[in-house]
Design a protein around this ligand. Structure first.
Ligand SMILES: Nc1ncnc2c1ncn2[C@@H]1O[C@H](COP(=O)(O)OP(=O)(O)OP(=O)(O)O)[C@@H](O)[C@H]1O
Ligand SMILES: O=c1[nH]c(=O)c2[nH+]cn([C@@H]3O[C@H](COP(=O)(O)O)[C@@H](O)[C@H]3O)c2[nH]1
Ligand SMILES: NC(=O)CC[C@H](N)C(=O)O
Ligand SMILES: [Mg+2]
Length: 680
């Protein structure tokens, strides 16, 4: 064992989206943690320090698949307490002779879990807790490992097992994320009641640690080029660099990639100059539209011909680096003397499946600041990313500590690839063989508040109702309210069971008023658990949609589509922040207090066409989203989290901004998981 006697927790990382939140939670409880590769033995762990317990994370794999990653047997026999989370729980159950199977009902989202508070892990909790589940594989009463007792349940699934004598615990839910309301208490119980930690670690000033790191990487003489978007992360990063190195050694560059919001770049440069951060501004839209994965003269499609979301992201990410090289030439900066600095955060690295965050995570989306070219530069030691261990809420706090003005610190995030990921490009509909059957099933589900209209519908219900475990849709949506469901032949990116999903979108509509928002929210949770090919549920304003959507409006990333989305985005965002002259400021409803971000997404969907009319219009989807660290979150519900009248104004104003080109306006009701914040 090393001389350092500070108590530690070992985390075995199986590639969970939330692995790096586990270490944050442990740290917040004043205990140090170290991440280890999957197959580390108990001996190797114990030789490295004073370890008090082991946490095994979730992950995208399935324990029952051949070749699925597993832990060394010694982990469960070494006498240290173990907490297995999701995949970790499934591994534990399997290791001790239990079973894990893929079920027809999956779970993705905050759920009510029944727990046994006499279990030390759940001490001081209520018998029912709201916790986040995201899994397709499950353990049931008949497949619990011998020697373990069930200490938590969610519907038909076992959600927690324990063997108190051996201090082995497994939970199907994720106590580490914000959507698990009392998750922090579960960590507290594990660390203090189960592992017997005393809490001997205190967080040093993170600001000082960042400054020391910057100085040690950059040294005495070299300089940095910092890429600034105007967002919180890059501004905090630039402020740290100034403090660490002094203004003369820092050159800040803002790039207008053609996908910024309306007049955004000019406003960014102005606001950064106002806090004495001098920024060079480059307009490069054409370079981005014509960018290719392998650079300007490479092969393959240009961005304005590309529809696949990951390909879009890769081209944009690589073009950022090519543009950076051009900028350095133009500013006559010697590349050997300069490091590249970026405001990369922990979630960017997790979702891009960067080795810096985890060796086993699935790529949910490639963040533009973590593409192959950036990784190459990182391997050469030429990148400075002082915020790479931070989450958004922690960066905001650091920004405040650095004295940055509240209007910058509180800015809503805006992704580097900007509006490019909010324009869903399309050349044709996405319809697999399962499209018609998914549409039929979807229509049956949204009609569950009605009497079955015929024997066929009655029969279909026989296979759906048992999956609902007694839930009656008519208790949340009145029988007079008839809902229509339209399956859209588009794909949107989601995150389910720690894997990337790319699936259909459900669009619900109705002529009934008032709109039954709470019932719709319930449906949005239910539909993806029953229909695995749907990861997003929306509501369409403007009355029932009567015709099916079977083709799409051909859409590419270019100046024309950008202008269209800019207008819609401005109309909605100005309404959210009450920038319209006729919206009186209202102190009771400051929506941005709850709503952390509101993407406005452009869909290649033209509803309500008659007589074979061609698809030429677009629809826009509002995505008001509530979260603190963006790893999980919920949709803001009209009437509860955002004033309903404000949402109707957004709808009207989007239509007015482009009356000929706009078909319908929608609102996204999906939580993360199963959806992500952005649509792609
Ligand atoms: N238009 C841009 N010009 C220059 N650099 C950019 C631009 N957009 C993004 N970047 C770089 O990529 C990094 C990641 O972008 P990201 O959007 O996650 O962070 P941010 O813009 O700083 O903060 P926020 O998440 O609040 O928008 C930024 O910190 C910045 O270094
Ligand atoms: O700088 C960025 N580059 C990207 O490529 C990128 N993709 C998503 N985001 C932002 O990250 C947060 C989480 O988004 P998702 O739930 O869609 O993954 C949200 O705030 C998103 O806006 C990005 N930011
Ligand atoms: N989040 C997880 O660990 C998921 C485990 C497994 N992939 C499942 O879907 O059940
Ligand atoms: Mg940004």
């Amino acid at each position: 064992m090393t001389g350092d006697q500070t108590e530690r927790i070992a985390i075995l990382d199986f590639g969970a989206q939330y692995g790096k939140i586990i270490d944050r939670r442990v740290r917040e409880h004043r205990v140090l943690s170290d991440m280890f590769p999957l197959q580390t033995t108990a001996d190797e762990i114990m030789q490295k320090g004073n370890f008090k317990g082991i946490i095994i994370s979730g992950g995208p794999n399935s324990v029952w698949k051949e070749g699925a990653p597993h832990v060394d047997d010694s982990i469960f026999d070494c006498g240290l307490p173990v907490l297995g989370i999701c995949y970790g729980f499934q591994l534990l159950n399997k290791h001790f002779g239990g079973g894990v199977t893929r079920e027809s009902l999956r779970a993705d989202g905050q759920s009510e879990v029944e727990i046994d508070p006499s279990c030390p892990l759940f001490d001081s909790l209520a018998t029912t807790e709201k916790l986040l589940l995201t899994h397709g594989d499950s353990v049931s009463d008949t497949t619990v490992a011998p020697g373990f007792k069930v200490v938590a349940r969610s519907r038909a699934h076992v959600a927690g097992i324990s063997n108190d004598d051996r201090k082995l615990y497994g939970v199907q839910f994720h106590p580490e994320v914000d959507l698990s309301v009392n998750g922090a208490k579960i960590f507290d119980n594990f660390l203090y009641k189960v592992c017997g930690c005393t809490g001997d670690y205190s967080m040093e000033s993170r600001e000082e640690a960042c400054i020391a790191e910057i100085r040690s990487i950059v040294g005495e003489k070299q300089k940095v080029l910092v890429m600034v978007s105007g967002g919180v992360d890059s501004t905090v990063c630039a402020a740290l660099l100034h403090r660490a190195l002094g203004a003369e050694r820092v050159t800040a560059v803002h790039i207008d990639n053609g996908f910024m919001r309306f007049h955004e770049s000019a406003a960014v440069v102005e606001s950064l100059n106002a806090i004495n951060l001098k920024v060079h501004h480059f307009k490069c839209a054409e370079q981005f539209y014509k960018g290719k994965v392998n650079g300007r003269n490479g092969d393959g499609q240009t961005l304005d011909q590309t529809t696949e979301p990951e390909a879009k992201r890769q081209i944009i990410g690589n073009t950022f680096i090519h543009v950076k090289d051009d900028v350095m030439e133009e500013l006559k900066l010697d590349a050997d003397q300069y490091f590249l600095a970026q405001g990369t955060l922990r979630p960017d690295l997790i979702e891009s499946a960067s080795a810096l965050a985890s060796g086993h995570a699935d790529t949910i989306k490639t963040h533009h600041n973590d593409t192959a070219l950036v990784r190459e530069l990182r391997d050469k030691g030429r990148v400075v990313e002082p915020l790479r261990d931070f989450h958004k809420d922690e960066v905001r706090q650091l920004g405040r500590d650095l004295g940055l003005p509240e209007e910058i610190v509180e800015r809503q995030p805006f992704p580097g690839p900007g509006l490019a990921i909010r324009i869903l490009a399309a050349e044709g509909p996405y319809m697999c063989d399962d499209f018609p059957s998914t549409q039929i099933r979807l229509s049956q589900i949204v009609r569950l508040n009605q009497k079955a209209k015929d024997a066929e519908e009655e029969e279909a219900r026989v296979s759906i109702l048992p999956l609902l475990h007694g839930f009656d849709l008519a208790t949340v949506i009145p029988a007079e309210c008839e809902l229509t469901a339209t399956l859209l032949p588009i794909k949107s990116v989601g995150v389910q069971g720690d894997s990337r999903s790319y699936s259909y979108v459900a669009a619900i509509s109705s002529d009934y008023e008032p709109i039954p928002w709470k019932g719709l929210e319930k449906l949005a949770g239910l539909i993806p658990t029953l229909l695995h090919k749907i990861n997003r549920v929306t509501f369409v304003f403007g009355g029932s949609v009567h015709s099916r959507v079977t083709d799409l409006t051909t859409t590419h990333l270019n100046a024309e589509t950008v202008e269209k989305i800019q207008k819609a985005d401005k109309a909605a965002t100005d309404t959210l922040f009450r920038h319209h002259a006729d919206d009186a400021p209202d102190a009771r409803h400051l929506p941005h207090v709850n709503i952390q971000q509101m993407p406005v997404v452009m869909l290649p969907v033209h509803f309500d066409r008659i007589n074979g009319e061609t698809s030429v219009k677009h629809s826009f989807c509002l995505r008001p989203f509530m979260t603190s660290d963006f790893m999980t979150g919920t949709a803001a519900l009209p009437g509860r989290d955002i004033p309903e009248e404000m949402v109707h104004k957004m709808v009207d104003r989007i239509r007015t901004a482009n009356p000929e080109g706009t078909s319908r306006v929608l609102i996204d009701l999906t939580s993360k998981p199963p959806g992500t914040t952005e649509w792609e």
